[in-house]
Design a protein around this ligand. Structure first.
Ligand code: NAD
Length: 313
């Protein structure tokens, strides 16, 4: 069935996602504040609207794919709020990665207007957006999920109903907290191994077939050699950029603090990736965090060294 889709935010992710909707036969009207995002979308058959309100005016579904919760809430609330500009039966789907609290606020704003809302953040990166192989993590009521699932499959390979509104964002940040923390753990193990005279390949051969096995090791291995396709073998070109990992872990840290959850590793990983992104890692694959660990080791700026230095005994 052809759906009229308004697509707000035609950037690195939104552009190719909108193109895949067009390719699946849907009528897509897009809007982006950045002129450079419009031309590639137009080339892929997206109709470009003169304003966000014009884009949503006759939409069955409004998809937002924006940088942050502030951008999403600016679209959903206030004097230029999009829900009121859309048809009364329109469904709003936010695919951006934003704070869980902002996702709840976005849902509330759409509900107040009488429209329906889902959070549906994605994993899979730009490569997945182009190939139509994203994973969608959806927070929605059962009926809303059933209504929107077929449309999402035009842009993704897996569509997971994670629970009620907000659950999609929760799943996204919990998964990425695992990813960020395991990448640090794998990187620390390689650096420790280096100091113990263990080759990268030997540690990989053991851990990849033992209880240390994880995606950060066997797919995105942070050292060159053992996994030829990993970014470490390609000058740490992302992949998944350090800036995005820092952002997602900041969202996780916000939720950890808001809930008073004893997730010390998650908080520490958020700090490490914030420092990594600020110190040149923003545009590199997040696995380059192994260099930060190696550099800290070389300069003695480690927790252990500090603790020993302060030890009165
Ligand atoms: P991007 O910066 O490339 O695109 C965002 C677009 O939104 C930009 O073109 C910007 O001009 C536009 N925009 C901002 N405010 C707007 C407004 N009010 N109206 C219309 N357009 C507006 O970012 P991206 O990489 O496409 O990421 C989008 C979202 O997807 C983010 O929340 C990000 O965390 C998430 N995400 C990104 C990746 C990735 O690999 N890039 C992976 C998973 C999730």
């Amino acid at each position: 069935m052809t759906t009229r889709v308004a697509f707000i935010g035609l950037g690195n992710m939104g552009g190719p996602m909108a193109a895949n909707l067009v390719a699946a036969g849907h009528v897509v009207t897009g809007f982006d504040l950045a002129p450079q995002a419009l031309e590639p979308a137009r080339d892929h058959g997206v109709r470009i609207a003169a304003s966000p309100a014009a884009a949503v005016a006759d939409a069955d579904v409004v998809i937002t794919m924006l940088p942050s919760g502030t951008h999403v809430l600016d679209c959903y609330r206030g004097p230029n709020a999009l829900p009121a500009a859309a048809p009364a039966d329109a469904v709003f789907v936010d695919c951006s990665t934003i704070d869980v609290a902002d996702a709840h606020a976005a849902h509330a704003a759409v509900r107040e207007s009488g429209r329906r809302a889902l959070d549906a953040p994605v994993s899979g990166g730009v490569v997945g957006a182009v190939a139509g192989t994203l994973t969608f993590m959806v927070g929605a009521d059962d009926a809303d999920f059933a209504a929107i699932e077929p449309l999402l499959t035009a842009m993704g390979r897996r569509v997971v109903h994670c629970g009620p509104p907000g659950a999609g964002q929760a799943a996204k940040i919990c998964n990425n907290m695992i990813l960020g923390a395991t990448m640090i753990a794998v990187s620390e193990a390689f650096v420790l191994g280096e100091h113990l005279g263990l080759s990268h390949q030997a540690l990989f051969d053991v851990a990849s077939a033992a209880s240390g096995q994880c995606w950060a090791l066997t797919t995105n291995c942070p050292v060159p050699g053992p996994v030829p396709a990993s970014p470490a073998n390609h000058d740490y070109r992302p992949g998944f950029a350090g800036a995005l990992m820092a952002k997602d872990l900041r969202l996780a840290a916000n939720a950890i603090r808001a809930g008073g959850v004893a997730a010390e590793l998650g908080l520490h990983a958020a700090e490490m990736y914030a420092a990594f992104a600020e110190n040149g890692g923003a545009d590199r694959d997040f696995s380059a965090v192994v260099h930060a660990i190696r550099e800290q080791t070389a300069t003695g700026a480690t927790a252990t060294a500090t603790a020993e230095g302060n030890d009165p005994a």
